[in-house]
Design a protein. Structure first.
Length: 160
């Protein structure tokens, strides 16, 4: 007779973020029932041909792409989970610290913030899938939150 594993309830691997109702995977209570997407993020400035600092490009991952560990690591890109926030007026990006090379971390995420010197356009399909009202990540400095090997950046669009 074969040993059949008994289903066990696994504890969430997501670290607590800032309260009992919030964690890495559901940074806001409202996102518990909303969609999310796995994306490739290329760091750099779109206006400088992906050189410099900021986020150059975000591309949705599809089932036909190789897993990240099989791709050539250029130390300029990583995989992220994206969540809509504030009813689609903002975007939350969650990165795994272990997938960030030291150079990328030091050049783009130092001093607890990510600085965008030029806007990063968001693909139309990504905006539609996540129900985003924004079409780009605007210029600005965005606070970085870190916990248990994860990095979270909230791109909030402030309207006047």
């Amino acid at each position: 007779m074969r040993n059949i594993p008994t289903p066990s309830r696994q504890a969430s691997a997501a670290p607590p973020w800032s309260g009992a109702q919030q964690n890495l995977v559901s940074p806001r209570r409202e996102t518990e029932s909303t969609r999310h997407m796995s994306c490739d993020v290329v760091f750099g400035s779109p206006s400088a041909n992906c050189l410099g600092t900021g986020i150059c490009r975000i591309t949705a991952r599809t089932g036909t792409q190789p897993v990240f560990s099989e791709q050539k690591r250029t130390c300029q890109s990583t995989v992220a989970l994206l969540y809509p926030m504030e009813g689609g007026d903002g975007l939350t990006m969650v990165l795994t610290r272990g997938l960030l090379c030291t150079k990328l971390y030091k050049n783009h995420l130092r001093h607890g913030e990510l600085k965008l010197d030029s806007p990063c356009p968001l693909p139309k399909a990504l905006c539609n899938t996540l129900g985003l009202k924004i079409k780009e990540l605007p210029v600005g400095s965005y606070k970085i939150l870190e916990a248990s090997g994860y990095v979270r950046i909230d791109f909030k669009v402030h309207q006047a």
